[in-house]
Design a protein around this ligand. Sequence first.
Ligand code: FAD
Length: 464
Amino acid sequence: MYDLAIIGGGPGGYVAAIRGAQQGLKVILVEKNSLGGTCLNRGCVSTKCFIYDAKLLEAAKTSQVLTGAEALSIDLGKMVARKRQVVKTLVSGLGKIIQSHGIDVVHGLGELIAPGRIRVGAIGGSTKEYEARHVILASGSKPAVPAFIEVDGHYIQTTDEALDSEDIPGSLVIIGGGAIGLEMAYIYRTLGCEVTVLELLSDIIINEEVEIRRAMRILMEQRGVKINLNAKVKEVAVHNEKVEVTYEDETDQAQTLRAGRVLVATGRKPVLEGIDAEKLGLNSEGPFIKVNARLETSLPAVYAIGDVIGGMMLAHKASAEGEAAVANILGAKKGVKPDLIPRCIWGFTEIGAVGITEEEARAMGRPINVGKFHYMNSAAAQTIEDVNGLVKIVGDTDTGEILGVHIIGAHATDLIGEAVLAMTTESAVEELAAAIRPHPTLSETVMEGAMDWSGLAIHSPKKR
Ligand code: FAD
């Protein structure tokens, strides 16, 4: 009898397994594919490898001091091979870490038969049942493709296929202007492909600050990406080695685009293979498994975490939920507050954001001040020739509570960690401003933004 059985070895499941073992639980982890899940094998790591390579090329080509850089290009085969090697290194390292904690890893399809009972159909065909006092479902997500689109893996792809392709089409239509669509747009555009983004909603990355969205759109358009908003895709079909995408534009007129390839980035849906919610009496919320604030499902001693429960589909959210679920199994009453989960995007530039936006705070009737700092005024940003950026701090005027921090610009995805730390430790905006930052670094932009919240930024012109 195990203390804890986990279905799914992604950043939710494997973190829960390690944390459980560290706390003395006897843990079994079931994974049907490769340890590390979407994130390690076909998500976070693959995209960031490609974005790093694309950035190298872009930095060289736009450098004011390098000569001969115009002739540089990326070897696609090597780029994909490097990514595969990074994934291999990380997956194998993860396997060793998990093994070192004495966790039993079973490779196969895990099935929840009843609370406390799982069955694993091993790769070789045999099946075996296991009992555990607690179960965590961490089966993750897969691309959600509209029913009228048929992914053929070549002309019509999702990121699963795109991140393993060794060729770049001359033109690409990306359906979906969320974080994944934008990161892929950057990779393809930098590799010389004509990119058009079709977004159903009135803006790309709709959950981010208006100012940040606008800045991102401008940057993308400056780099030659076409963005069509309020575009409702109706049909995607392959004709004569091209894909035709028909959509209704904002005036309800039918438009057709022809491209070498289409990437469908229209969101993700839960993986529920082996989890028959209806048969088990497991409550759902839309397509996702329903949990309460402590990550408990409707079944006794069965928890669910990560992408399979919906919300922000991010690796660090899945991991935080994994830790919280284990804490709860051990008697705590922990949840993961959405307002403390950072949201990050890489590519054309970086976005790092946490908490609520200025508009949301105003709509809630909170008395707020907004502090801002432009990268243009940062010595560090000038030294790295990346002055296009903004830090925005939204804080409660009466209490100094930090409600949201929104950063667009170089290294925003690292900088946002400062804000998350401050918000997690319930520091006030003044404390975020008071900590001494090394000079010249981009961390000073967060300090100055927080200073500006009180009207006291040093490296900004006096406000009228
Ligand atoms: P998953 O990582 O999907 O893992 C679930 C695992 O469960 C899988 O390995 C699957 O094989 C296994 N499984 C499912 N059912 C069973 C079963 N019945 N039996 C056994 N095993 C099973 N997030 C970020 O935070 N930062 C990023 O930069 C980022 N970039 C991304 C880029 C792309 C292209 C994509 C697609 C996603 C990206 N994400 C990113 C999201 C991130 O990958 C997911 O949020 C994260 O992987 C979710 O973790 P999880 O453990 O819930 O599920």
